[in-house]
Design a protein around this ligand. Structure first.
Ligand code: KG4
Ligand code: ZN
Length: 331
């Protein structure tokens, strides 16, 4: 019997829906919310309202693009945690209503598990076990994936996430939110070795990024606005280089500790060209098998919720209609 999952993602500022049939993504729709740009960060209340406006057209489009009838849907998967509670509520309530009206089961998905399993979407995918560096706006983790449903966090940040490091240093440079993609863009024509910023010495497989932010802040406080503007590309390249080095050094340590040589990346920051290229060359040098998802599967999307929902469906992992979303990140 074939299995068709309709998935909904609404944990932060993207309203997304996707359809997956037997593990193949048939559609993947995202409505991004530009309303937050002028505030320099996501405003939770505005995010919930925008989800309310976007969710019906986004789900409609996902069903149309997949060219399926509602009666073909076997289950509704939705992001249950973590995220902004008001945003999660919109997706959860919508998923519950659909599940009730179509009389199909509900599957609650952990957003961070879904980022990791985005690596199972392409046909060229890792086998188990594999390591995944998950780097987003809220999380930085190294995950050992033993199976689709057995994921172990073996390292994580003790303060800021890698995406926050990009966004906060971008803000110090006067760039708009979210600054990560802009740092990436300017870094491509800058010198990554021009400025040196502190790399933290954190034990085990854990990360820290708050020191980098402070070191960039102290450096910029001593410079004139003209200097910062003239050196913007080199500053961006040097900041990006430092963040990528911190991430890749811990990945080397994780491979050495686990002896798992299939390495993936996931999350919004895995769209970063410095990280993608750095990981590719490191993999070639070390003889690792490296898997890097398409850009569309790196940042928040519902295809990753659909593929996770598919694996949970195969293992009968459903949630009742009385389920509540949770803002917290526990697995
Ligand atoms: O996974 P994601 O879309 O949402 C969360 O779950 O947080 O990640 C968003 C983060 C933001 O911090 C954004 O600046 C960062 O991913 N990001 C990037 C790039 N594209 C997105 N950071 C660096 N370079 C990029 N190209
Ligand atoms: Zn995310």
């Amino acid at each position: 019997m074939s299995v068709t999952i309709l998935a909904i993602e609404s944990s932060c500022d993207e309203t997304a829906a996707a359809v997956c049939k037997d593990g193949l993504i048939l559609s993947n729709i995202i409505a991004s919310q530009s309303v937050h740009e002028k505030y320099g960060g996501v405003v939770p209340e505005l995010a919930s309202r925008a989800h309310m406006q976007n969710i019906v057209p986004v789900v409609d489009q996902a069903i149309k693009d997949a060219d399926i009838h509602l009666s073909e849907i076997n289950a509704i998967a939705f992001t249950q945690a973590p995220g902004l509670i008001g945003s999660l509520l919109v997706g959860t309530q919508f998923a519950k209503s659909l599940s009730l009206s179509l009389q199909v089961p509900l599957i609650g998905v952990h957003h961070m598990q879904a980022h990791v399993l985005a690596n199972l979407i392409p046909t060229n995918r890792p086998s188990f076990p594999f390591l995944c560096l998950t780097v987003s706006g809220g999380h930085t983790q190294i995950v050992l994936a033993k199976s689709a449903l057995e994921l172990e966090v073996i390292g994580e940040t003790i303060d800021d996430a890698a995406g926050e490091a990009f966004d906060k240093t971008a803000k110090l440079l006067g760039l708009p939110y979210p600054g990560g993609p802009l740092i990436d863009q300017y870094a491509q024509i800058g010198d990554p070795l021009k400025f040196k910023f502190a790399e933290p010495q954190i034990p085990e497989l854990n990360f820290s990024f708050s020191g980098l932010k402070t070191s960039v802040l102290y450096f910029l406080q001593k410079q004139t606005p003209e200097f910062i503007l003239e050196n913007r590309n080199d500053l961006c390249a040097s900041i990006q280089y430092t963040i990528v080095q911190i991430l890749l050094k811990k990945l080397i340590k994780a491979v050495n500790q686990t002896n798992v040589k299939q390495v993936c990346i996931a999350g919004g920051v895995s769209a970063n060209s410095g990280l993608r290229n750095g990981l590719k060359s490191l993999g070639e040098k070390k003889g690792w098998q490296v898997y890097i998802p398409d850009f569309s599967y790196c940042t928040d999307n519902a295809a990753m919720i659909a593929i996770t929902g598919y694996h949970k469906y195969l293992n009968n992992q459903f949630v009742p209609l009385s389920v509540n979303p949770s803002a917290r990140a526990e697995w």
